[in-house]
Design a protein around this ligand. Structure first.
Ligand code: ADP
Length: 283
């Protein structure tokens, strides 16, 4: 369970990005955070893992109070939170496998990470995850040879190899075409279900949020103005969150998609295949 209590963020410029936000995200829940540009979505996600320092309030992940942790304790705590970024944040000149294994850097010792030597179990877990995200045959490709959707799949595998308790997902589809965006959202949500993992997904696309998340939180000017199920996003609620606009097309598109794909869009899960390559790898 993630619990935010009276979380506030005021930037040195005076911008009040979060105004006393209270939020609980139970284990296993996929929550979409929507709202107009500047509403405070990225700030909220980054205050959780303290990439942005909250001004006041508290953030608790299960037994651990995150606000107030020392730098060293914070580094350990960040291993418990996987992050997926809009621009993937891969190391371009490294291979897919190396990028995935970099998610384990917080766990291996200094000299192991210096020589990029990872335990065999990390390597086999990396193969297992690459298989799960559909990139098993691409382990040796360089990141800069991949498409946007493939890069985001690497980003997902890198976050999951941390074995996190929470996924923080910041605009995962903003750089992708509509079809790939759906595939990525579907994959993230399936993986959360498989692992009983909570996720906060900052997403500007209302349609995608409604199709894939079980709970929607709408932010406006740093305050929560909606917290409820996807089908509670009526035109009036959307106007509260985003201001005046004609929402009929968005709502019709969700209805059409549900007719085509079933209610949730969550697919049956593929069984995880055993990796064929088990040898320890130096990367
Ligand atoms: P969103 O992700 O919803 O677009 P942000 O969290 O990026 O919103 O921004 C919320 C508010 O905080 C905006 O008014 C924005 O201008 C301000 N803000 C964000 N980052 C900074 C920063 N580094 N310095 C000053 N103000 C910032």
């Amino acid at each position: 369970m993630l619990r935010l209590e009276n979380l506030c963020k005021r930037y040195p410029t005076g911008d009040e990005a979060l105004k006393s936000v209270n939020l609980e995200v139970p284990d296993g829940q996929v929550m979409a955070l929507i709202g107009p540009s500047g509403a405070g979505k990225s700030t909220l996600i980054r205050c959780v893992n303290r990439l942005v320092e909250p001004t006041s309030g508290s953030t608790r992940l299960n037994d651990l109070e995150l606000t107030g942790l020392s730098r060293r304790r914070l580094r350990e705590a960040r291993c418990r939170m996987g992050m997926i970024f809009q621009e993937y944040a891969l190391v371009e000149r490294l291979t897919v496998m190396e990028n995935v294994l970099s998610g384990r850097l917080g766990y291996v010792g200094f000299w192991q990470s210096w020589f990029r030597k990872f335990p065999a179990k990390d390597v086999s877990e990396a193969f297992r995850l690459l298989d799960r995200v559909g990139l098993f045959d691409m382990a040796d490709k360089r990141a800069d040879e991949l498409s946007g959707g493939q890069r985001q799949r690497v980003g997902i595998a890198r976050a999951l190899i941390q074995n996190p308790e929470l996924l923080l997902v910041d605009e995962p589809t903003a750089s992708l075409d509509p079809k790939t965006s759906r595939q990525i959202m579907r994959l993230v949500c399936e993986l959360c279900k498989e692992r009983g993992l909570a996720a906060i997904i900052n997403i500007h696309d209302v349609l995608l949020a409604q199709m894939f998340a079980e709970r929607i939180v709408g932010l406006r000017l740093g305050e929560i103005v909606y917290d409820g199920p996807p089908d509670g996003l009526t035109p009036d609620v959307l106007t509260d969150i985003y201001g005046e606009e004609d929402w009929s097309e968005t709502i019709r598109a969700v209805d059409d998609d549900e007719k085509e794909n079933g209610k949730t869009g969550i697919l049956a899960l593929d069984p995880v295949k055993e990796p064929t390559q088990q040898t320890p790898t130096q990367v």
